[in-house]
Design a protein around this ligand. Structure first.
Ligand code: SF4
Ligand code: SF4
Length: 187
């Protein structure tokens, strides 16, 4: 997508299956997909959105060092294009991870990446999602994730007054949620 070399090996990482919401699966953000099992248990038939998903590490924007992969560096970076602007979204995989010196360093590597800088973008906004952010979604939540459904409107982004292109999600946060198996109706 960006012309950068792509890292083909996600290895043991399943960070996006935890942190990122999926409309095809009806899975909210910060909720572990029920198909996570030593990788993806439905890999051959996983939804299209899963097949094409690439975090910034997978796109090669952080080089090929595996210590920069989300499961190892503690944050997942994702590029979200929108016309001539884009967001560099930073999803924490543990509380406070985005404020670490390593995360700040990796953010700058992405923003300075020559493939990224060549894009005809008017502006790139940085958006930080603290661990467990209950990010509102527009898709239907599947029953097994209903207990993790986010509030309808609680997606405020607080803009950093010192760095107006940066913002942080200020809605509710919680722990990582897991799928619940529906209990059978008493007969
Ligand atoms: S977060 Fe990135 S490296 Fe990890 S599984 Fe997803 S695409 Fe692969
Ligand atoms: S279906 Fe597979 S690839 Fe998609 S979120 Fe679930 S475990 Fe990850």
């Amino acid at each position: 997508m960006l012309g950068a070399p792509v890292n083909n090996q996600c290895g043991e990482c399943t960070a996006c299956c935890d942190a990122i919401g999926s409309s095809a699966l009806g899975k909210p953000y910060y909720t572990r997909c029920k198909h996570v099992a030593n990788g993806c248990s439905i890999y051959e038939t996983r939804p299209h959105g899963c097949q094409i998903y690439r975090c910034a590490w997978h796109l090669g924007l952080l080089g090929d060092r595996t210590d920069r992969r989300p499961d190892q560096c503690g944050v997942l970076f994702q590029i979200e294009p929108e016309g001539r602007t884009c967001s560099l979204e930073i999803y924490e995989l543990s509380a406070g991870a985005a404020d670490s010196e390593k995360a700040k360093y990796l953010k700058q590597i992405i923003l300075n990446n020559r493939h990224f800088q060549k894009l005809p973008l008017a502006k790139c906004y940085v958006r930080v999602y603290p661990f467990g952010s209950d990010i509102p979604v527009t898709f239907a939540i599947a029953p097994e994730y209903a207990h993790a459904a986010p509030p309808a409107e609680d997606g405020t982004i607080r803009i950093d007054s010192h760095s107006p292109s940066e913002g942080r999600f200020e809605g509710r946060t919680r722990e990582l949620a897991f799928a619940r198996v529906p209990t059978a109706e008493p007969g």
